[in-house]
Ligand binder design. Structure first.
Ligand SMILES: CC(=O)[C@@H](O)[C@H](O)COP(=O)(O)O
Ligand SMILES: NCC(=O)COP(=O)(O)O
Length: 260
């Protein structure tokens, strides 16, 4: 069912640490801790390749004021790390990206009222809009990734390519939700794998994220040896409470196949 031989050309997936959950914890009080930038620094020192944030219009997690601080952290202390900003491309979001200039923007079709992201783009329906947004962000020097469902449909990846996006990010929520159902997890990872194969055939690099954990990463990276990056927040933050941020980032890097 899964490809048995590793791709010798494949590099282990990079880990981008999503700071939304830490910001949400901070926002419980009108106090500046836990400090999002301090935790981002610890994550990058421990071996993460980048930081991800998903600012939402109500700023219930990351605040807009966090963005320049995180940009400066990467620029001043970790110049090879990447900043990934995720979100729905409103005019405000696009202007924010143009001001901060993240290395990567991940476009997500979420509604402001949604608790969290729970589906990828219907690229066929939004093709013209996405083409315009992708073109604008790429003109600003940013890599663009589209959040897509990992449902194994090759035609969706062909559509994604027509927008001019560089990458797709596979929505791994349905896979993450199978933590106690190994048979269904195997089915979901195969669908993700088929989607990733189709994306690769279209010349799109592949990221993945949502509800990934140390336990479910190894099967994902085995099925998708060309996986470029995973962005992880919820499960990683939960583990950081138990093991500390440094040890947790190392565990996640190892689960990606990195030697740390
Ligand atoms: C795009 C995506 O999958 C999300 O996982 C998201 O970035 C997580 O953000 P929250 O933790 O704020 O729900
Ligand atoms: N892009 C997905 C992401 O950044 C993190 O999602 P989660 O690990 O918080 O579910």
């Amino acid at each position: 069912m899964f490809s048995s031989l590793p791709d010798p050309a494949a590099m282990p997936a990079k880990l981008s640490v999503n700071l939304n959950a830490i910001a949400m914890l901070r926002n419980r009080r009108d106090l500046p801790w836990p400090d999002v930038a301090d935790l981002g620094r610890i994550a990058l020192r421990a071996g993460a390749s980048g930081l991800t944030v998903h600012p939402r219009p109500d700023q219930r997690h990351i605040r807009f004021s966090d963005l320049p601080v995180l940009r400066a952290l990467i620029d001043d202390e970790f110049p090879t790390a990447e900043f990934n900003i995720e979100g729905y491309p409103t005019e405000d979001f696009l202007a924010l990206c143009e001001a901060i200039e993240p290395e990567q923007v991940t476009l997500v079709p979420d509604d402001p009222a949604q608790a969290t992201s729970d589906h990828g783009w219907d690229v066929e329906k939004h093709q013209e809009f996405l083409k315009q947004v992708v073109g604008r962000l790429k003109a600003g020097g940013m890599r663009v990734s589209l959040f897509v469902d990992g449902d194994g449909r090759p035609e969706a990846m062909a559509m994604a390519r027509t927008t001019g996006a560089d990458r797709v990010e596979l929505y791994t929520g349905p896979y993450g939700g199978c933590y106690d159902r190994p048979d269904e997890a195997a089915r979901q990872v195969e669908l993700l794998g088929l989607t990733a194969d189709a994306a690769k055939a279209e010349g799109l690099a592949v990221n993945a994220g949502h509800d990934l954990t140390v336990a479910n990463l190894p099967l994902l990276v085995k099925r998708i040896p060309h996986l470029a990056e995973v962005s992880i927040g919820h499960g990683l933050t939960a583990d950081a409470l138990e093991f500390g941020m440094t040890e947790t980032v190392r565990r996640f890097c190892r689960a990606c196949g990195q030697k740390v």
